[in-house]
Each structure stands twice: as structure tokens, then as C-alpha cells.
Design a protein around this ligand. Structure first.
Ligand SMILES: Nc1nc2c(c(=O)[nH]1)N[C@H]1C(S)=C(S)[C@@H](COP(=O)(O)O)O[C@H]1N2
Ligand SMILES: [Mo]
Length: 259
């Protein structure tokens, strides 16, 4: 049934087109965190009337990162950034093979969780062979196994106000500020976003983030927090670190690091 669009419909349609175009352009340019996340939020707020452009934008954010074959795996996976946290608690946990280590999931969740490595390993897992790209200009292919972050979030029950997932790490980069990172909810629920405990079929080495590190396969390396101790659901990251959503973001890197 056809009807003449009301002015509000037209305005809304124009807005959606603009939002989609803005999002699309930014996706290609791979930048501007604020405009981009605002556009995404407004797109969701407008609810059911999604235009084709918006649907295309959403589809590209759901796309899978390329997965490789076992023959492509690098003989040794390069380590970068912190390779051995000197935090006393971390050292004590590592000395004991992380038997007493626990992952905390808290913040804007229905049920805060505290899970041991054994409990994480008992959950359904996913294995993927992907390429890690570091802004410093190197990449490395490795096989990762871990818990799908979305499964953990579902277990904790994410509250409606939550907009970002923050990863708190055990290390202070070069003895300075604590390393942390954050993802938006779309990236957090992406099927290839894992908390990994296994690299190339063996326990994750300390150099690569033992006992648990983030894999967000469509993002640059600095987003993939190693030595994750706590996953916190927040509405805003303004009060964390210097307020830009991550250790390197606080020092000028883009928050949106999609590749
Ligand atoms: N906790 C923590 N996570 C971190 C870093 C770090 O220094 N500390 N470095 C980041 C950077 S820049 C990269 S490229 C990858 C390196 O991961 P890898 O050591 O497994 O290669 O970890 C990221 N996650
Ligand atoms: Mo990096």
C-alpha cells in the first residue's frame, strides 16, 4: 500500500541516508571515533525504518575477518608491547600456572562473574586462524582458541545502559600507566571476538598475553588487550585513564581501529 510520506518520514529518511553515508565514508577512512559512534547510536535509535544504505553499513560491521589455513601460520608469533608484566600479583599468579587467577566481569551487568581459567576452558570455544596487524608495520598469522566474548556477556547479562566493554590489563606499559582497551557493543558481540587462552594449539605464552587476551580480528593490534584481568561494562569511558578509551588512544591513536 502506497502512501504519501509525511514530512517527518522524509526528514528521518534523509537523516538515515546521511548517517549511512557518514558511516560508510568513515569506515573507508577508518577514523573519527565520535562522529562514527554517534552515527551508529542514532541509527539504532531510529528503530525499524532502516534504509538500504544503513543495512549495508551494518552488514559491513558484521563481516568476518579473513581466516587462513594451518599452512599460513607463522613459526613464531611475534610479541609486542609488554611481554612480561612486572606487577607483583601477576607474577605470583604466573608462578603458579595461573591456578588462582580469575577473570572478573562486572560493571553494567545483571550478574557479575568471577571465572577461573578452568571454568573458561570448560565453556564452548572457537578456534580461528587470523592475521594480526600492528600499526608499527608488521603482521603475523596465528591460530587462536578462546571463549566467544558474546557468550560471556550473555552469561553475565548486559544491562541496557552499557555502551562499551572495557578490558583492564595486569601490566603498566613501560612501568607507567595501566594498559586498558575498549570496544563498542557491535565489535564485542562479533562472532570472531574472543578472549583467547590458546595460541597455535598451546597455552598462551606470557609474551602474548597469558593467561587471557582479547582477539578483535577486524581491529588493529593495539586494541587486542593482553593480560586481561577484568572486563567492565560501562556507559562511557570518560573516567578511565585519560578518557579516550585505551592506553594508546590516550596518547593519540584512534579509538576506532577497524581494518
Ligand atoms: N596489556 C597489553 N596489551 C597489549 C599491548 C601491551 O603492551 N599491553 N600491546 C598491544 C599491541 S601494540 C600489539 S601489536 C599487540 C601485540 O600482541 P602480541 O604480543 O601477541 O604480538 O598487543 C596489544 N595489546
Ligand atoms: Mo601494535
Amino acid at each position: 500500500m502506497n502512501r504519501t510520506p509525511r514530512p517527518t518520514d522524509l526528514r528521518r529518511r534523509r537523516f538515515l541516508t546521511r548517517a549511512a553515508l557518514a558511516g560508510g565514508t568513515l569506515l573507508l577512512a577508518g577514523c573519527d571515533r565520535l562522529t562514527r559512534s554517534d552515527a551508529m547510536r542514532q541509527v539504532f535509535d531510529t528503530g525499524s525504518a532502516l534504509t538500504q544504505g544503513v543495512q549495508r553499513l551494518l552488514a559491513s560491521r558484521q563481516a568476518l575477518a579473513r581466516e587462513y589455513s594451518p599452512a599460513d601460520i607463522a613459526p613464531t608469533f611475534r610479541a609486542n608491547g609488554t611481554t612480561n608484566p612486572d606487577d607483583a600479583t601477576y607474577r605470583r599468579l604466573a608462578a603458579d600456572g595461573f591456578r588462582d587467577w580469575r577473570l572478573t566481569i562486572d560493571g553494567l551487568v545483571e550478574t557479575p562473574l568471577s571465572l577461573s581459567l578452568a571454568e573458561l576452558k570448560a565453556m564452548p570455544s572457537r578456534t580461528q586462524i587470523t592475521r594480526h596487524d600492528c600499526v608499527e608495520g608488521w603482521s603475523c598469522i596465528g591460530q587462536w582458541t578462546g571463549v566467544v566474548l558474546g557468550d560471556l556477556l550473555a552469561r553475565a547479562g548486559v544491562r541496557d545502559e552499557a555502551r562499551f566493554v572495557v578490558f583492564h590489563c595486569a601490566d603498566r606499559y613501560r612501568g607507567g600507566d595501566p594498559y586498558y582497551e575498549s570496544l563498542d557493543m557491535l565489535e564485542a558481540y562479533h562472532p570472531q571476538t574472543l578472549l583467547a587462552y590458546d595460541l597455535n594449539g598451546a597455552d598462551l605464552p606470557i609474551a602474548n598475553g597469558a593467561p587471557l587476551r582479547l582477539r578483535a580480528e577486524r581491529q588493529l593490534g593495539y586494541k587486542m588487550a593482553k593480560y586481561v584481568m577484568r572486563v567492565e561494562l560501562v556507559e562511557s569511558f570518560a573516567s578511565l585513564g585519560r578518557g579516550r578509551g585505551g592506553y594508546w588512544e590516550d596518547r593519540g591513536y584512534q579509538w576506532w581501529a577497524g581494518i
